[in-house]
Design a protein around this ligand. Structure first.
Ligand code: PGA
Length: 245
């Protein structure tokens, strides 16, 4: 069983989301993978209603670190939970880069998610310079040690944390990371998280220019438990091919 998670980012109008859900849920009937779509907030209520009684689940792409209050424009974990959302992407490199989300802020978000029984899909990854200078493992260790520190209440999320390795240089660029290297880094992620939380079940994903042409090779790797797919999750037929691994 693999995790196949689509991240629509800031794409898909409600009518497009509806059409996607109709086609995709039909296509993946009986598929025995964990199928999750991270949709924009305006599509979430409808999409989540639509996928009830199917094998598809809906995730959020972001949430605030406080549970309520004067934070104009923000969405809280308890709001997500109230409409039945069980997963949230936290720490995507686009949030880190364009919205200045630091490891400290992300740590607060992860803790708030777990408090509300929302499983974080925590993203880590290095930029090209860091990759070329051989610092990938160290960068990821710091992102994990700071972003995932002082966590508790794992029973709320079935003792399972999802961590996605998304090399920044591979996101939206068409440059897919070598699958052996990706497996080496997801192995490292499991080791580092287990050093801190030995009893936790760590699900690792790879993300960055995944398509139906490379997904099978990536998903065949021992320590890659799934994929986080951006561009290729926007077309139901393409995402179906990836989902049917
Ligand atoms: P991509 O994006 O598949 O378009 O490279 C992946 C992601 O950002 O999650």
């Amino acid at each position: 069983m693999k995790y196949i998670i689509g991240n629509w980012k800031m794409n898909m109008l409600p009518n497009e989301a509806i059409n996607f859900c109709i086609e995709y849920t039909e296509n993946v009937k009986g598929v025995n993978n964990k199928l999750i779509l991270a949709v924009p907030f305006v599509n979430m209520f409808y999409a989540n209603n639509f996928v009830q009684d199917t094998n598809v689940q809906i995730a959020a792409q972001n949430m605030h670190f406080e549970n309520s209050g004067a934070y104009t424009g923000e969405i809280s974990a308890s709001m997500l939970k109230s409409i039945g959302v069980d997963y949230c992407i936290i720490g995507h490199s686009e949030r880190r880069e364009y919205f200045n989300e630091t490891n400290e802020i992300l740590n607060k978000k992860v803790r708030q998610a777990i408090t509300n029984s929302i499983t974080p899909i925590f993203c880590v990854g290095e930029n090209l310079t860091e990759n070329e200078s051989g610092n990938t493992k160290e960068i990821i260790r710091v992102q994990i040690e700071e972003g995932l520190k002082d966590l508790s209440n794992f029973e709320n999320i079935d003792n399972t944390l999802i961590v996605a390795y998304e090399p920044i240089w591979a996101i939206g660029t068409g440059k897919v990371c070598d699958s052996n290297f990706a497996n080496e880094i997801t192995t490292h992620i499991k080791e580092v998280v287990k050093e801190i939380y030995p009893d936790l079940n760590v699900v690792t994903l790879y993300g960055g220019s995944v398509t139906s042409l490379n997904s099978n090779e990536i998903l065949s790797k021992e320590n890659i438990d799934g994929v986080l797919v951006g561009g290729a999750s926007l077309k139901a037929d393409e995402f179906t091919k990836i989902s049917k691994f």
